[in-house]
Design a protein around this ligand. Structure first.
Ligand code: SME
Length: 157
């Protein structure tokens, strides 16, 4: 078996486990907690994992997360890579955060970031935000897996 094949199986298993957590959790908050914990524990280069939720004032409000506390517990949709993912309604991968003028710093060690919107009925409800201390840490495989997890999370709204 190739490493690539094993990697595909591993990622498929993460998606299935996230689905189980979402279907069996007693409420949306605990489902999100479980999924954030799963992602953080499963992939070594995921150094900070959080879910932001769009609140009634159209601000991104930090929900469950793992990693160091973030100074950005509320983000305007006009700001940051997080805001850009809401406006563009698509996944954004930033290979080098320090070269991106949109970037709002969370931790000094962060080098790359992926933000994946959670979309239901054509509307963004929130997003998965992941930081890595490795530059260019996020691949198309991460994108595909996290978009599948985001699609499962959209069932919570
Ligand atoms: N880096 C994000 C802000 C959130 S922290 O990474 C947790 C951004 O640029 O929007």
């Amino acid at each position: 078996m190739t490493d690539e094949f094993l990697d595909d199986i591993y990622r498929a298993r993460i998606i299935e486990t996230a689905d189980d957590f979402i279907k069996t959790a007693s409420n949306a908050r605990s489902a999100m907690e479980a999924v954030v914990g799963l992602l953080y524990a499963s992939i070594p280069h995921y150094d900070w994992v959080g879910i932001y939720l769009l609140d009634r004032e159209n601000m991104l409000s930090l929900g469950p997360y793992r990693g160091d506390p973030s100074p950005h517990d509320r983000i305007r949709v006009e700001d940051g890579i997080c805001g850009a993912a809401v406006r563009e309604k698509q996944t954004i991968i930033v290979d080098d955060v320090n070269a991106d003028p949109r970037y709002l710093a969370c931790s000094i060690g962060t080098k790359s970031e992926i933000v994946v919107p959670i979309i239901k009925g054509g509307k963004v409800k929130g997003e998965i935000d992941i930081d890595s201390d490795k530059s260019k840490a996020f691949t198309e495989n991460d994108k595909a897996m996290l978009e599948a997890v985001a699609s499962k999370l959209s069932e919570l709204f």
